[in-house]
Design a protein around this ligand. Sequence first.
Ligand code: AN7
Length: 356
Amino acid sequence: MKLVIKMWKGLINKYKKYLPVKNDQKIITLNEGNTPLIKADWLSEKYDFDLYLKFEGANPSGSFKDRGMTLAVTKALEENSKAIICASTGNTSASAAAYGARSRLKTFVVVPKAKIAKGKLSQALIYGAQIIPIKGNFDKALEIVRKLTEKHALTLVNSLNPFRIEGQKTAAFEIADQLKNNELDILALPVGNAGNITAYWKGFKEYYNENIINYLPQMFGFQAAGSAAMVKEKIIKNPDTIATAIRIGNPVNRDKARNAMEESNGLFDSLTDEEIKEAHYLLASKEGVFVEPASATPVAGLIKLSKENKKDLTNKKIVAVLTGNGLKDQEFVLDNYSLPNSIEGDFKTVENFINI
Ligand code: AN7
């Protein structure tokens, strides 16, 4: 007998009406999506805004990439593809490897050898992808992968693949559904290759055009200062930041992302590594939400705007998209914060140690 699952069955099942899938299509899913929207009490009180955190680290492979990957891989199967390939700063490779395993498509991931968080690399490894580490950065990897997909029968699953954007737009639907009748003023998110900001804007506009919502939020895109291609409006030759996920100098979706920012009357801004590190710490230690460094960027951005009085955020309803799970980059924590020395393992010593 077939088991009937009454729980959440993934975002294609939920939002099929808005996605390019056929009714009889075999869907490759890990029941992604339906991630929590968490009120940021401490930050809201401190900075006088009304902030909610969309915790995308709760997706099956630990990042928002799963939203696009379920659709991209479902469509690859429909199109009788034999293999998928991506360039990645880490999360796309982890997600592609997971959905690749599930679909049994051969999966290739090209990653910058020196600048990928170990958690992400170990995911790609155990899911069974063929990992191709290169001596070069993400932009170089993507250039190679694009050429490969032009020449060989490989399906590209980077955000140049339109199904990635289609899948990722469901995060905007979810936020609108979770907020119910509350209007959202601002959506803040990190920007790397600029696919996600493009996807969110598409999602909000579709819900607006369907009369499901009667507002459109401003899109605030935040980048790391060393990789701020959108802010500086130029290609960054040697991008650098501790937020390795967004260490990208030549965003492929730049035009669509700029359009999203301008149409929504939003903004792009950049943050130093120190500012990102501080927000990363505050999210974990004040809100109990552990994200990877790149995902702290929008929160760092909101803090900066508020502190510098650059924008009046007072009482604004804001959602910050926390794109990836903190467990992906444990090295960042262990390298920057010190663990206490060990003590004798007896009751008295431990009791004496506890200072209450
Ligand atoms: C945690 O995995 O580009 O602006 O190759 O992993 O849509 O590129 C990751 C990007 C933000 C930026 N936060 O999103 C990759 C990759 C996290 C990320 C971004 C990424 P886009």
